[in-house]
Design a binder for this molecule. Structure first.
Ligand code: FES
Length: 62
């Protein structure tokens, strides 16, 4: 029997054109954007460049 209450919900957001730093550690309060909380995790954010408004879909890790 599965526990559906633990399933993460997919969310969407639109990135404005420019440079963005995406969280790869899962600790950010502003996930999926990096807020600097990765200190000490050994992980760094992923830098991405978008040239036009881009909708992304994400699931916050638990
Ligand atoms: S807070 Fe997760 S990579 Fe920066």
């Amino acid at each position: 029997m599965s526990d559906d209450s633990k399933q993460a919900t997919k969310k969407k957001m639109t990135l404005k054109p420019g440079t963005h730093f995406m969280c790869r550690c899962g600790k950010s309060s502003f996930y999926p954007m990096c807020d600097g909380s990765h200190g000490g995790t050994g992980k760094i954010p992923e830098r991405i460049e978008v040239t036009e408004a881009t909708e992304i879909e994400f699931t916050k890790p638990e």
